[in-house]
Design a binder for this molecule. Structure first.
Ligand code: NAD
Length: 252
């Protein structure tokens, strides 16, 4: 399928990694639905894409809300075309040590990352299967391997790896691949908020993290967008069920 026939939905795309992925897929020639909680917050990314002669649509939806997801996917199908690329990127943090973690901290993280990716993938797959072509990429994290203060997030991000492999088994025969990208430290509002919560200036926080990264720099949203551009390309059709760590070095 040519890039011009590709219709992508990127969740959590109003800022950060999702915004970079939306811009990159649009530059690759896809029409892109920029989906986030607040439709107006998606406007700036849509405007940037349109300024670069791309095609984009702002869509407001909470990925953990079943009815909102169904409506959003049908709106994309009606206004942009039947979606055949999905990037499950929307995410939140509710970090706390286990003994302080509330049920709400647990449920919120599970609902956005896991339930959200499930609902979005289920709603989009029918369009992919009809077209006998699709690409699903979900954002995992190096935290899937375990991280202090992130029992909820680590469980959700590890869960997304199992989810991804299962989609690869079920959807492969319909021309649909499913992969996960697991970023390490990427400079975004999310990591800035983590530094703020710990009471550390972001520059100091960054310096301490960079000291542990083999390529000796912080990751940028564009590093993730580049990998997702590859995974959603025509040529990546034999790559499925994989987790690619994009972390400036190996993780163990
Ligand atoms: N920044 C990092 O270092 C890093 C590392 C590993 C994985 N990740 C993952 O990458 C993804 C993007 O992270 P980021 O750093 O760009 O985060 P961010 O906080 O900057 O952006 C996340 C976006 O998701 C949106 N969102 C949150 N809940 C939503 C919901 N229910 N429905 C729709 N949209 C929702 C937010 O409004 C926001 O625009 C997340 O899944 C995150 O877990 C980030």
């Amino acid at each position: 399928m040519s890039n011009a026939q590709r219709i992508a939905i990127v969740t959590g795309a109003a800022r950060g990694i999702g915004a970079a992925v939306a811009r990159r897929l649009a530059a690759d020639g896809m029409a892109v639905a920029v989906l986030d909680l607040d439709e107006t917050a998606c406007g700036a990314v849509v405007a940037e894409i349109e300024k670069a002669d791309g095609r984009a649509l702002a869509v407001g939806a909470d990925v953990s809300d079943e009815a909102a997801v169904e409506q959003a996917v049908e709106r994309v199908a009606a206004e942009l075309g039947a979606p055949n690329v999905l990037v499950n990127n929307a995410g939140v943090l509710r970090d706390n040590l286990l003994f302080k973690m509330s049920v709400d901290d647990w449920d919120t993280v599970m609902n956005v990352h896991l339930r959200g990716s499930f609902l979005m993938s289920r709603a989009v797959q029918r369009h992919m299967i009809e077209q006998k072509w699709g690409r699903i990429v979900s954002l995992s994290s190096t935290s899937a391997l375990g991280n202090r203060g992130q029992a909820n997030y680590a469980a959700a991000k590890a869960g997304l790896q199992g989810f991804t492999k299962t989609l690869a088994f079920e959807l492969g025969k319909f021309g649909v691949t499913a992969n996960a990208v697991a970023p390490g430290f990427i400079e975004t509002d999310m990591t800035a908020a983590t530094a703020a919560r710990m009471g550390v200036p972001f520059e100091d926080f960054k310096k301490a993290v960079v000291a542990t990264i083999p390529v000796a720099r912080a990751g940028q949203p564009e590093d993730i967008a580049h990998t997702i551009s590859f995974l959603t390309s025509e040529g990546a059709g034999f790559v499925s069920g994989q987790v690619i760590y994009v972390a400036g070095g190996p993780k163990n």
